[in-house]
Ligand binder design. Sequence first.
Ligand code: KG4
Ligand code: ZN
Length: 324
Amino acid sequence: MLILALESSCDETAAAIVENGRKVIADAVFSQIKIHQNFGGVVPEIAARHHLESINYVIKEVFDKTSIKKEQIDAFAATAGPGLTGCLLVGLNGAKTLSLVYNKPFLPVNHLNAHVCANFIDSDLKPPFICLLVSGGHSQIIFVEDYNKQKILASTIDDAVGEVYDKVARLCSIPYPGGVLLDKMALSGDNRAFNFPEAKVKEDEFSFSGLKTAVLKEVRKFESDNLPKNNIAASFQYRVCDTLIKKTLYHAKKLNCNTIALAGGVAANSELRKRLEELKTQGFITHAPKLRYCTDNAAMVASCAYYNPIKTDNPLLFEVFSRG
Ligand code: KG4
Ligand code: ZN
């Protein structure tokens, strides 16, 4: 089954053709990061306008990369939410239009479920597994019991992990989105230079706002020219990853589930991937999506449309939703 999927929930306009939920035939991503960098974050109105300008180009790009014709696509899919309303509308209406023109089903997809499905691309991972989903908008530990049966075991009570990365980066005058740069700087820093606190919350909760405030307090002690950015980045990254891995491990052991996967933009983080890999020595089977499928992309949306689309009686009437 060939699915063409569109993704436009935030600041990436993307299209992909995926076969049977796992094999990427062609994909294309247009990132708006440079556009929003001037504002220190995503400006929804500007993002929506750029999605409108780019969507036809990314669709054209995927078809240019393959001999498959639009008539051969079995279903068209798009992210319906959560995300920025004006942005989501572009992908959703694009895919609905293609579905009407080519008389094939339209499959709406939940963005968070799509991040989980990034683990199926180019892999043979099968449920059940525990998935640590960490992105710019969400931080959750999910028990993926089956392709379309999931249970949230823990979630954040304040900031999402990616959001905290971006905020801490801003405190250190690192341009948006700071996550990837902070990760690079952490590699040459001392992770014991600062002892940032771990939030004392319940096992079904994450909290990162206290950590953000602790970083702010340290940053204020330094002149901006002398800020030990690499040490701050390394100590912050250590605390974040340690907290995430410990809690994920707790839930995996509790459910007696020996397979653990990562998902979401922060799954691209080098320390988090290293700490996950280390769990193999404790007998766990671990999995992380390829780097390009961690941050927003359409291949994961196509995979999710195949394995776990949103259930609705009339998909063409299904509307976008901003919160999940
Ligand atoms: O999943 P994603 O592309 O968008 C959302 O659905 O939110 O995640 C974007 C987030 C941003 O906050 C970005 O800073 C973070 O993922 N991120 C990283 C890394 N790469 C992206 N955070 C830490 N380390 C990275 N290497
Ligand atoms: Zn995302």
